[in-house]
Design a binder for this molecule. Structure first.
Ligand SMILES: C[S@@+](CC[C@H](N)C(=O)[O-])C[C@H]1O[C@@H](n2cnc3c(N)ncnc32)[C@H](O)[C@@H]1O
Length: 342
């Protein structure tokens, strides 16, 4: 059992230790006795606490030694070698550690045991355990409640959401003007995140809300799916369902109909656009329509660039980008999006 007030030794004096202490450690429930540094003897104190070499640990009566450095396995072995009981060693196990179980489900289910941390007792907020590498841990984007984001959207594509999160921060920091749009909304799962990240911006939601347009399908020969199954896709949605997911419904503009005809009467500029219509023609038309209306500093995410089933998106992006001399950045999300900016 964890005590009310844990006496801690912190093994590590670098960036990981700083982040853990400044951002996560609950000083109402823990007292730091000293920092431990087994490599260099140069520092004598850190944040007003003594820095001691590993061999001096025996002089302290402590509840836990918190491993707060990237090389978990090495520090762990050093602790064991000088006789610290295993149940007193706590810390964050980074990727690449022998002790890391590589299944994400397993990690999620047994996070406390695996990380050997009692989160409620020791920390004031959840630590970023999902990708659990100190590289991510030292990335300031990770310190901004990203664990919460991942828990909230556990059924969606984390790589895409994290890329969106990074991009959205740039849009906000740079005050990029313009509104938001998604072409290809389906049941609104990505749109809901756009609506949440940009509560002040209008969000245009373009979809037939009844699946693909037959004319578009003629262009796209899908080598894996039959004509019937492609025609049947994405029909199981309604506008009400989509709107029910939106935290800021008043900002949503539902544009039901076939794109690009459906844009009739809309006059706006955009800070962010998601193109997720799967097929060559709407993606090409989407690039033509939105790129010229994209604000300086704005972004377009184009889903399915590297989709093994639908090849039309890649064709549309390459054609448009070559023609207009625009670069694109592929990301490793599900189905392979590319991002373009202006
Ligand atoms: C892959 S789904 C979109 C998924 C959605 N972004 C999400 O977060 O789950 C593709 C959508 O594009 C829509 N779509 C494809 N071609 C279209 C067109 N020409 N006009 C309007 N909507 C279209 C389909 O109706 C379908 O709902």
């Amino acid at each position: 059992m964890y005590n009310e007030n844990n006496q801690l030794l912190v093994f590590g004096t670098g960036a990981v230790a700083d982040i853990l202490i400044n951002e996560y450690l609950d000083f109402g429930k823990n007292t730091i006795m000293a920092f431990v540094n087994s490599v260099s003897n140069s520092e004598k104190e850190k944040n007003g606490y003594p820095v001691i070499p590993l061999e001096k640990i025996v002089e302290y009566k402590f509840d836990y030694i918190l491993l707060a450095a990237g090389r978990y396995d090495r520090l762990y072995d050093e602790c064991i070698q000088i006789g610290i009981p295993e149940n007193k060693i706590i810390g964050i196990i980074p990727e690449g550690s022998k002790k890391l179980i590589l299944s994400q489900n397993k990690i999620n289910e047994s996070v406390k045991e695996l990380f050997n941390l009692n989160i409620e007792t020791l920390f004031k907020k959840p630590i970023p355990t999902f990708f659990n590498s100190t590289i991510n841990f030292a990335n300031e984007l990770w310190l901004d409640n990203n664990v919460g984001i991942m828990q909230q959207y556990e059924n969606i594509d984390i790589q895409r959401v994290m890329a969106l999160k990074a991009v959205s921060r740039e849009i906000i920091l740079n005050n990029v003007p313009g509104n938001m749009a998604e072409l290809g909304v389906y049941r609104g799962d990505f749109a809901k995140i756009l609506n949440q990240l940009f509560p002040e911006k209008k969000l245009y939601l373009f979809d037939t809300f009844g699946g693909f347009q037959n004319a578009d399908l003629k262009e796209d020969k899908n080598k894996y799916l039959s004509k019937q199954s492609t025609e049947a896709m994405f029909k199981d949605t309604t506008i009400d369902l989509v709107l029910s997911k939106m935290p800021h419904k008043e900002k949503c503009r539902i544009i039901k109909g076939f794109f690009p005809e459906s844009v009739e009467g809309i006059e706006d500029t955009f800070a962010f656009v998601s193109l997720d219509a799967d097929l060559y023609q709407p993606i090409y038309d989407g690039l033509v329509y939105f790129y010229q209306r994209l604000s300086h500093g704005g972004y377009i995410f184009i889903h399915d660039f590297n989709n093994a089933y639908f090849s039309g998106t890649r064709k549309a992006v390459m054609e448009y980008c070559n023609q207009e001399n625009i670069g694109y950045v592929p990301i490793l999300d599900y189905s392979g999006s590319v991002i373009i900016t202006k």
